[in-house]
Design a binder for this molecule. Structure first.
Ligand code: FPP
Length: 237
């Protein structure tokens, strides 16, 4: 594939699903699935950077995931901290900026510290934006946006008649970012699971049966080729 192809998506979002099933198939603890999933995260970030994707948004932990068993939540938090620490140098060397979207304030202190440190360190990087969705839920994001806009209306900063799509987009976590061009979901489930509901209005969707720990660079490149043949009409003819 032509890596500098302008018909590649600028913004790719991924619902990384199937870690648990991957582990179950091998009679392993679910946490082993998340560990292997974290390796896939590294591979796909590297691949996106090589190909020249501008924004990669990964659904790493949802607001609903807090309801998982405590040990699983703790293991995911540990994986995240380890990932942030181990990837810092690679993010810097590869000019990747890290950003987090979601209710970051709900994360444990050590995760928040590692996140803030990595975000500050990579703040000036402009080769690619890596967006980690953490404690993220699209409905919670929309509720937060509505409160934000309502306060501005109450304070007379915004006239309700002049509320536009742009005003709404600017009150979301993804402020200033183009909407995803392509959303990939692994492990075959046909649902959106409360991910980027506003932002994916015209996003192309690709669902693969592959479980996230088995997802590869080769498959990612195949999906990009498939995307290049899509006719995006944005509701027009
Ligand atoms: C879904 O699999 C995956 C998650 C809930 C977490 C995603 C986390 C990772 C890929 C690893 C850590 C992330 C980073 C950024 C280092 P599932 O557990 O719902 O799988 P199942 O549906 O098969 O049970």
């Amino acid at each position: 594939m032509n890596f500098s192809d302008p018909s590649n998506p600028s913004h790719v979002a991924i619902i990384m699903d199937g870690n648990g099933r991957w582990a179950k198939q091998r009679l392993l603890n679910r946490i082993k699935g998340h560990e292997k999933g974290a390796e896939t995260v590294r591979t796909i970030i590297e691949c996106c950077r090589e190909i020249g994707i501008s924004i990669l948004t990964l659904y790493a932990f949802s607001t609903e995931n807090w309801q998982r068993p405590k040990v699983e939540v703790a293991a995911l938090m540990t994986l995240l901290v380890n990932f942030l620490k181990s990837e810092q140098k690679k993010l810097l060397d590869n000019n990747i900026r890290l950003n987090a979207i979601g209710q970051i304030e709900r994360l444990p202190k050590n995760v928040r510290n590692a996140l803030h440190k990595t975000m500050a360190l990579t703040e000036k990087n402009n080769g690619m934006l890596l967006n980690l969705a953490l404690s993220y839920g699209a409905r919670a994001e929309i509720v937060r946006m509505v409160k934000d806009v309502a306060i501005k209306v109450r304070e007379g900063i915004i006239d309700p008649d002049s509320i536009t799509d742009d005003i709404i987009s600017d009150s979301l976590y993804t402020k200033g970012m183009p909407d995803p061009d392509l959303l990939i979901r692994t492990s075959g489930e046909m649902r959106i699971s409360n991910f980027l509901l506003w932002q994916i209005a015209y996003t192309e969707i690709y669902i693969t049966d592959t479980l996230w720990p088995d997802f590869s660079k080769d498959e990612f490149v195949q999906i990009l080729k498939n995307y290049q043949h899509r006719k995006r009409r944005f509701g027009k003819v």
